[in-house]
Design a protein around this ligand. Structure first.
Ligand SMILES: [Zn+2]
Length: 276
């Protein structure tokens, strides 16, 4: 099953949310950010990306199958599904083209990198169950677990990496049979989680134009999207000002417009007020 976009705003989750009754919810409908969400992202610059993703997803979700999505449901979505949805929101709000700046680890020079949404690979893993069981090779040990979700991401957002992995594992292991996991068992369970979870490949293979050095760098699309919105926030106030000045709409009405619509009116104003 493709995890691709079906039509504007509608997409299939690469993992899906399996409810307690076994039903899998996979068809998601989103709407782009409005000025109101752009403003919220800007005003909460110090909020961890996981919390921000939950808030923005719950606001911009139209429905998941036939269900409304609040922050609790957004928190239950798998990490890969959330990354995928934020990628879709970014595409709907800002378009397909990414322009990022990376620093070459060899010559330390900054390099501009452009790529498209389609360059980010998505590995769908449609979920069949809410929990899974890992068994050791000798079948002596079984561990029941679930896959990490948004609420887990939020819980570990402020922790150092080692501690975050530990806490994440503790949250996701549902039954360890009463015996703490050994180091090897922990690694095996984490590997099993990786195998079962939908993956969004957020690693870029880059080639430095200055020194020719090839390297791979992680790319956090969610954090990047929020930083893009913040970087453009100084335009938002100016845009609201122009629209209020000419159309006499209230600030709340203008902030309620989706970005593309807002920009559309501004382009029309520009045409009208500055004829060639
Ligand atoms: Zn270089």
């Amino acid at each position: 099953m493709p995890a691709a976009q079906l039509s504007d705003g509608v997409c299939n989750l690469p993992g899906g949310l399996v409810l307690d009754d076994g039903r899998r919810l996979g068809r998601a409908e989103l709407r782009p950010l409005t000025g109101r969400e752009e403003e919220w992202v800007t005003q909460h610059a110090h909020t961890p990306a996981a919390q921000m993703a939950t808030k923005i997803l719950s606001t911009c979700f139209v429905r998941l199958e036939d269900m409304p999505v609040d922050s609790e449901i957004a928190g239950k979505l798998l990490v890969g599904d959330r990354d995928f949805l934020i990628l879709q929101l970014r595409r709907m709000t800002l378009g397909d083209r990414f322009a990022a700046v990376f620093s070459c680890p060899a010559c330390k020079l900054a390099m501009d990198v452009e790529f498209l949404t389609q360059d980010i690979s998505i590995e769908p893993r449609p979920q069949s169950a809410a929990t899974y069981t890992w068994r050791s090779e000798d079948q002596q040990r079984t561990v029941r677990f679930r896959l990490p979700n948004g609420a887990d991401q939020e819980a570990v957002a402020d922790l150092p990496v080692d501690e975050a992995v530990q806490v994440l594992l503790e949250r996701c292991v549902i039954d360890d049979g009463g015996t703490p996991l050994t180091l090897a068992e922990r690694s095996a369970v984490i590997a099993e989680m990786d195998r079962l979870a939908p993956q969004i490949d957020l690693e870029l293979d880059l080639n430095c134009p200055e020194c020719g050095h090839s390297f791979t760098t992680p790319f956090d699309c969610t954090a990047f999207f929020f930083s893009e919105i913040r970087a453009q926030s100084r335009h938002l106030m100016r845009e609201v000002h122009y629209l209020a000045l000419h159309y006499h709409w209230s600030e709340a009405e203008i902030l309620g417009l989706q970005r593309e619509r807002r920009r559309g009116y501004l382009a029309l104003l520009n045409e009208t007020l500055r004829p060639n």
